[in-house]
Design a protein around this ligand. Structure first.
Ligand code: NAD
Length: 337
């Protein structure tokens, strides 16, 4: 009996990159009992619901999911899949590692991890229009809510992540010079928690605008970065751009009661069904899941095999400059395991 994990293959290129990832994880010998479930358009077609109760029930049982990209249908009455998952399982930490794999990129030897608060800030969805005179939409207000408890748990998560992964430094990114209350609270809480790790993990603070520039000029200076929801959303895409784009960018959504690992990219409708998608991002998400399960050495083996195949440039997918299919690329990685 293996560890139960919910597998959501997803839409578009999802099923093919999910198959590739499952094949590679199984080739490491890890014992996983996959519970395949639907979400996104695949679930709409079958159950008229992009996030069926059976899928939620599965994750409630396994507390762990590997998810392909999902097409969220646009229209009234459909639940947003990501919001449903984040809310149900309180997945407060979005973890996005980025390191240089492809040689000859803009930057060599980058190794950053961005940890984004996933449940608060400007994304809580409290918004309204204000009517002035005849204009019902004369103004709009969106509220940012930062709580002490929410800040504590995300900053602590970042420090604990740094300890667990032998990292040296945590950089807290904020805008407390202007947003003195909400961002100020986040910064204050962060400073307090940083003291608990004094002597073990270095701590520094950066204002978000300066951080954006520094990430372009000197990305090698950063290690673990922790920030609030909106800034994390923006900076994490910037960071994936520093190391060669979305094709190799994994992410984890982590809470006390569950974790969901996924590729950062979407369903790639332009190449779906052609068998040419790069499964790298989901494979790396699978490695994050192995780490989460305490299978660090198996995760390291997969990462090494993936890196070797990419650096050899013989059997890589089109987005990486080759001509290999998803299956050929996957076979090449398995051969290196
Ligand atoms: P996308 O990431 O699907 O595609 C952007 C470009 O990158 C496309 O040209 C695509 O071919 C390419 N690309 C992406 N992944 C690739 C891979 N693994 N290998 C090779 N090329 C790859 O973004 P989009 O086109 O804006 O969105 C398409 C759909 O995906 C939308 O329905 C969107 O809502 C959804 N989406 C889902 C998630 C998620 O479930 N986490 C994330 C982003 C977008």
């Amino acid at each position: 009996m293996g560890v139960p994990v919910t597998l959501i293959p997803g839409d578009g290129i999802g099923p093919s990159i999910a198959d590739a990832t499952v094949r590679i994880l199984e080739a490491t010998g890890v014992a996983i009992e996959w519970d395949r479930q639907l979400a996104g358009m695949a679930a709409v077609e079958k159950y008229a619901d992009p996030m069926p109760d059976a899928t939620l029930a599965s994750i409630k049982r396994t507390h762990l999911a590997l998810k392909g990209p999902l097409e969220t249908p646009i229209g009234e009455g459909f639940r947003s899949v990501n919001v449903a998952l984040r809310k149900t399982f309180d997945l407060y930490a979005n973890v996005r590692p980025a390191y240089s794999i492809v040689a000859g990129g803009r930057y060599e030897n980058l190794d950053l991890v961005l940890i984004r608060e996933n449940t608060e800030g400007l994304y809580i969805g409290i918004e309204h229009y204000i009517k002035i005179g005849d204009d019902p939409r004369a103004a709009a207000e969106s509220m940012a809510v930062i709580t002490r408890a929410g800040s504590e748990r995300i900053v602590r998560y970042a420090f604990e992540y740094a300890v667990r992964h032998n990292r040296k430094k945590v950089t807290l990114v904020h805008k407390a010079n202007i947003l003195k209350f909400s961002q100020g609270l986040f910064l204050d809480v962060g400073r307090g928690i940083a003291k608990e790790y004094d002597g073990r993990i270095q701590f520094e603070e950066r204002i978000v605008d300066a951080m954006a520039m520094n990430l372009v000029l000197h990305p090698e200076k950063f290690d673990v970065i922790v920030t609030t929801n909106l800034f994390g959303d923006i900076l994490s895409d910037q960071i994936s751009g520093l190391v060669g784009g979305l094709g190799l960018a994994p992410g984890g959504n982590i809470g006390k009661h569950g974790a969901i690992f996924e590729a950062v990219h979407g369903t790639a409708p332009d190449i779906a069904g052609k068998g040419i998608a790069n499964p790298g991002a989901l494979i790396l998400a699978g490695c994050m899941m192995l780490d989460h399960l305490g299978e660090q050495s198996k995760a390291a083996r997969v990462r090494r095999a993936l890196e070797t195949v990419i650096r050899e440039r013989k059997t890589v997918t089109r987005d990486l400059g080759g001509t290999a299919s998803t299956d050929q690329f996957t076979d090449a990685i398995i051969a290196k395991l």
